[in-house]
Design a protein around this ligand. Structure first.
Ligand code: HEC
Ligand code: HEC
Length: 234
């Protein structure tokens, strides 16, 4: 996938040579060696499985995807499921499969709102999280959209859409979309930055911001983005 070769700029591409290219599509659909097919969990079109918290990969930037796989492989991004998978992939495999998913179109349909008792982060053993979800939360909805579109400048927290784009559709190869990800996955990631189980990413931006969000705000913003369409209306 030629579109993925812009990863050259990030310094991984040089490790690839034409002779060692695995086929990204084949890895996604059938796996490689002991590595299971990615689509088992990430869906046949890379749309993810919302209920399980398996993220969408379709149309995320190739450099972003490669960075995540590298972080799983070196254990700085903690996930019992993804660490062994990423470790078992070669650097070339990771580049190929990232290019494959980057080239897939964004999923068409937005996710349904999170089920009130959907599983959340394993770290979120706090009973308050599910208790909150049981009550319809109009306050929460406006908290989510205020954070998304305006941020909280008093606390030096920019609006999410300044980096993730209008409606959270993602910007360029490095700012991933939030729309079309499940609320479970989104809140797991924000919690991971708060607890240090996900590396801070470019310029440490997300770790700093996630730490400024309360548990209720994490939930509000995750619940907002999961309902927004992943694909721009045209
Ligand atoms: C058994 C289920 C499973 C399989 C198979 C699987 N994944 Fe995952 N993947 C997950 C889960 C769960 C997460 C979320 C981890 C977390 O919460 O940080 C994830 C996260 C990711 C992410 C991070 C996405 C983001 O937005 O940051 C990437 C990239 C990824 N997987 C790539 C792959 C690739 C490539 C394959 C195939 C080689 C694969 N996965 C196979 C379950 C799976
Ligand atoms: C100043 C820029 C910036 C702002 C503002 C910002 N983000 Fe991010 N965000 C990033 C970057 C960069 C990444 C990719 C991190 C990486 O590569 O690991 C990211 C990644 C994420 C991810 C992980 C997506 C995935 O697929 O795993 C989530 C969730 C997220 N941001 C939520 C938010 C929310 C919610 C807000 C608003 C409260 C926000 N971000 C505001 C820059 C920003």
């Amino acid at each position: 996938m030629i579109t993925g070769w812009r990863v050259l700029g990030l310094g991984l591409g040089w490790m690839l040579s034409a002779s060692c290219l695995a086929d990204g599509a084949a890895i996604a659909k059938a796996g490689v060696g002991a590595v299971p097919a990615c689509q088992t969990c990430h869906g046949p079109a890379g749309e993810g499985i919302a209920q399980a918290g398996f993220p969408r990969l379709a149309s995320l930037g190739a450099p972003y995807l490669q960075r995540q796989l590298a972080a799983f492989a070196d254990g700085t991004r903690v996930s019992d499921v993804m660490m062994p998978i990423a470790k078992a992939l070669s650097v070339a495999d990771r580049a190929e499969v990232s290019a494959y998913y980057a080239a897939l179109p964004a999923p068409a349909a937005p996710n349904a709102p999170a089920a009130p008792n959907a599983p959340r982060a394993p770290t979120a053993v706090l009973p308050t999280a599910s208790a909150l979800a049981l009550a319809p939360a109009p306050v929460s909805a406006s908290v989510g959209s205020t954070l998304a579109t305006r941020g909280r400048w008093a606390d030096k927290l920019p609006a999410c859409e300044q980096c993730h784009g209008p409606g959270g559709r993602g910007v360029g190869p490095d700012f991933p979309p939030l729309a079309g990800q499940s609320a479970t996955y989104l809140s797991n990631q924000l919690t991971a930055w708060q607890t240090g189980t996900r590396p801070p990413g470019p310029m440490g931006l997300m770790a700093v911001m996630a730490k400024k969000l309360s548990e209720a705000e994490v939930r509000a913003v995750a619940d907002l983005y999961t309902t927004l369409p992943a694909r721009a209306e045209r």
